[in-house]
Design a protein around this ligand. Structure first.
Ligand code: KIV
Ligand code: NA
Length: 265
């Protein structure tokens, strides 16, 4: 099969084929995700939580993200690789973001992801014009957990919903190809998805009507200790192998069977 490219992701969006994203942090799992049909591997800064045991993603460094990107890109041949820019590596200026995105692209990332709404639009444009595809991330943005006051649903008020919608439009106009929407009411996520023309929405706790879905690998295979968030489904239940669990996730997303209302807000 041919490699997944930015062009192919745009085609999937246009044709209404769901984009299946899943986090991965090493070569072995990258190969597994690829053979199970995952379209996009996200080297997420959630590695701070699931690999390092940190309470937040804030301590994750650029060099750690680059290292895991190298590992993933050795295991993935046709899967599109997106890497999170960690806290403190991009918000200062477009120039700082470009310099650090270059490090991640050199490590094998084909797109970088950064958190923030309209205020990041100038930086998104700066990167895109210079050859760095961008995935935005709005709603619950974990790098801002201390500003947001916890991991809670975003855009519940009319005013909050209007801000999120304006954020999405600004990011699309700036050239972001994808946007992760995290912990956003399903109705609002659907409304935003329908209001966009080019940018594909990838939901996590944002309902079934997004153009695609993402989950944290460790939640999907049920190995992350502690309380699982509402949107995270353990696909190992009833599966006899990790391959089977990941394949079920891929199929369930493709056929709009995941997420269900019980995983949404
Ligand atoms: O770091 C991560 O895993 C993420 C996803 C939850 C979208 O940003
Ligand atoms: Na992240």
């Amino acid at each position: 099969t041919k490699p997944v490219t930015l062009f192919e992701l745009g085609k999937m969006r246009a044709e209404g084929r769901k984009i299946v994203m899943l986090t991965g942090y090493d070569a072995s799992f990258a190969a597994l995700l690829e053979r199970c049909g995952v379209d996009v591997i996200l080297v997420g800064d959630s590695l701070g939580n699931v690999l390092q045991g940190q309470k937040t993603t804030l301590p994750v460094t650029l060099e750690q993200m680059a290292y895991h990107t190298e590992c993933v890109s050795r295991g993935a041949n046709r899967t599109f690789v997106v890497t999170d820019m960690p806290f403190g590596s991009y918000a200062e200026s477009p120039e700082q973001a470009m310099r650090n995105a270059v490090r991640l692209m050199a490590a094998g990332a084909q797109m970088v992801k950064l958190e923030g709404g309209a205020f990041m639009a100038e930086t998104v444009r700066f990167l895109v014009e210079r050859g760095v595809p961008v995935c935005a991330h709005i709603g619950l943005t974990p790098q801002s957990v201390h500003q947001l006051g916890g991991y809670r649903v975003q855009g519940k008020s009319d005013a909050g919903a209007a801000v999120l919608k304006a954020d999405a439009l600004a990011l699309e106009q700036a050239g972001a190809a994808l946007v992760v929407m995290e912990m956003v009411p399903s109705q609002l996520a659907a409304d935003i998805t329908n209001s966009l023309n080019t940018m594909a929405t990838i939901g996590i706790g944002a309902g079934v009507d997004c153009h695609g879905q993402v989950l944290v690998l460790h939640d999907l295979i049920g190995v992350f200790p502690g309380k699982r968030p509402r949107f995270a489904k353990n696909f190992m239940e009833g599966a006899s192998s990790i391959d089977e669990a990941v394949t079920r996730y891929v199929t369930d997303v493709r056929e709009s069977r995941f997420p269900g209302p019980e995983h949404s807000y």
